[in-house]
Design a protein around this ligand. Sequence first.
Ligand code: ATP
Length: 215
Amino acid sequence: MNKDQSKIPQATAKRLPLYYRFLKNLHASGKQRVSSAELSDAVKVDSATIRRDFSYFGALGKKGYGYNVDYLLSFFRKTLDQDETTNVILIGVGNLGTAFLHYNFTKNNNTKISMAFDVNQSKIGTEVGGVPVFDLNDLELHIKDEPVAILTVPAVAAQSITDRLVALGIKGILNFTPACLNVPDHIRIHHIDLAVELQSLVYFLKHYSVLEEIE
Ligand code: ATP
């Protein structure tokens, strides 16, 4: 993200990829403008929030016109550094890790898993989804300046691997393990615990009606 956008609140920044993906689809279907109501419907964010988010990008929608799709797209491309591919490493080529290696992330944005690591000898030296799997013992040999790592290892292994990644200068970790990771303040961790997410979805469905406003 460039300097001018350093003032964008974190909550807004987190919604950027969501907006970006939807706008790309709109653009592909030939639409040139979009209202905040349409956006709101598609990305499930209320339109007041969208208007506030977009005002941070200097995109002020015109009444009765909406937002210019091309303008927004070029802004998002620049902001999210979409013109440059970000190499990501993955650690733990189990069921989840394997699924990620087969998933084509570049369809939606310019991130690419460039290499994977595991400790299982039957996986080391193979390619999964076109990505080479290396021995985790050789992590320090292979890592250059990849800024992001995806962790799909058993929870017990997560912290020690994280410590090594931090020492290697990683900037962000997408943590799919149930472990809570301790890292220095300058490292960003996004924690996605699929079991917890699913459980909380089921809880909300049981306890709240769909139309009820959940703050
Ligand atoms: P699988 O079915 O291949 O065993 P899984 O997703 O059910 O995968 P997990 O036990 O969660 O199994 O392990 C995920 C992956 O992490 C496996 O490929 C395993 O070899 C690997 N792994 C286990 N311990 C470590 C470790 N300390 N460092 C790196 N990778 C590890």
